[in-house]
Ligand binder design. Structure first.
Ligand SMILES: Cc1ncc(COP(=O)(O)O)c(C=O)c1O
Length: 379
């Protein structure tokens, strides 16, 4: 079969390949500790599942409005008021098929051959791979521990001017949060060159010590992407949302009608309960913090180099220079010999990829303890 060049050339998502390999080992009877995958170690809260059962019993199984059911768009709008004291009209809220669906729609609307997307390196790999569908150019901006893994305004001076910059805040893979004012400065620099700022806040519900504010506060022309997968433990429901400038609603609507028809109906009705259980969410967040507080000193003690303390998400991005191994070899050997699955730096770009790995602490604390014990013996 004649596979397209873009399908042949797209990089695999190594973390998914590792997960598949780890599952094969488990099927063969081995116990594997999962510190690779970015999936919450919790089931979806009961109140959300009950709403789903209710929607199913009531036969809410039809296509919905392409931009999402009005009640959920309003609930998201209320969430911005309650959590950030921001007035976001429900008209600007678009419900999507996961935040991944939001990126497909956004990039289809904003990028094409001859345009440029800027991303952080290391950064979330799917931005690049989704953007490649539009034939745009993708430019990786190296970010390092010296600058808290932040893209700096002066990095946006390249030629051609960036059309779109995507930033994850909190970041995957580093778990870091942009410092106060940093995103305002980026927005100013980017818009002076005619570019659009997109901020992926999918980990905004998982923030520990650092202050966090939504970039929706910066300006109406900043696009904010978010979703239910992480903070609400709803990865399999495939539901996300974005806040867009009024002028982008209609173009996105036409694309959504054609690409997805509508987001999943049962998931949308279920998500109506998501914002109501603040205590449940705070409990989950507290458990993640406890895991981070265990894992961070333990990994440092094992010799991993972690210069910046991660303040959000459930990831630790760790330097492995002192072990004298390329990160791909390191994770392959850790899986085969210590039965611990970790993600290689190569999943997140090229800059520093050979000398870094990412640990996820989404799994239960006792498994993280066991994973560290195994790594200690192995190292
Ligand atoms: C930074 C970031 N954005 C987006 C996603 C995709 O999330 P969703 O399940 O909403 O498609 C992920 C998933 O790992 C992520 O880490």
């Amino acid at each position: 079969m004649n596979i397209s060049r873009r399908a042949s050339e797209i990089s695999p998502f190594y973390v998914m390949e590792l997960l598949e390999q780890a599952r094969l080992m488990e099927a063969a009877g081995h116990s594997v500790i999962h510190m690779e995958v970015g999936e919450p170690g919790f089931e979806t809260p009961g109140t959300i599942r009950q709403e789903a059962e209710k929607a199913l019993a009531e036969g809410k199984t039809f296509y919905t409005h392409s931009l999402g059911i009005p009640e959920l768009r309003q609930a998201v709008s209320r969430h911005y008021r309650d959590r950030y004291d921001l007035d976001i009209s429900p008209e600007r809220v678009i419900i999507t098929n996961g935040s991944s669906g939001a990126f497909i729609l956004l990039f289809a609307a904003l990028l094409e051959r001859g345009r440029t997307l800027d991303i952080a390196d290391p950064g979330y790999p799917c931005y690049r791979n989704i953007a490649l569908l539009t034939d745009c150019a993708v430019r990786a901006l190296p970010v390092s521990a010296e600058t808290n893994y932040e893209v700096l305004p002066e990095q946006l001076g390249g030629s051609p001017a960036p059309d779109v910059l995507v930033i994850a805040n909190p970041s995957n893979p580093t778990g870091t949060i942009y410092r106060a004012g940093a995103l305002n400065a980026i927005h100013k620099r980017l818009s002076s060159r005619g570019g659009v700022l997109v901020v992926d806040e999918i980990y905004s519900g998982l923030v520990y010590d650092a202050p966090f504010s939504s970039s929706a506060a910066i300006s109406e022309d900043v696009i904010v992407v978010n979703g239910f997968s992480k903070a609400f433990a709803m990865t399999g429901w495939r539901l996300g949302w974005m806040v867009v400038p009024p002028g982008l609603v209609r173009p996105i609507q036409k694309l959504a009608q054609n690409l997805f028809i509508a987001p999943p109906s049962i998931s949308q009705y279920a998500a109506l309960a998501a914002f109501d259980d603040a205590d449940g969410l705070a409990r989950m967040c507290g458990l993640y913090r406890e895991r981070r507080d265990f894992l961070l000193p333990r990994l440092r003690g094992l010799g991993f180099d972690i210069p910046v303390t991660p303040d959000g998400a459930f990831y630790i991005y760790a330097g492995i220079e002192r072990f004298g191994m390329d990160s791909m070899l390191f994770v392959e050997r850790a899986l085969a010999e210590a039965k611990v699955a970790i993600t290689p730096g190569y999943d997140f770009g090229r800059f520093g990829a050979a000398s870094h790995v990412r640990f996820s602490y989404a799994d239960r604390l006792e498994n993280l303890v066991e994973g560290c014990d195994r790594l200690e013996r192995w190292l």
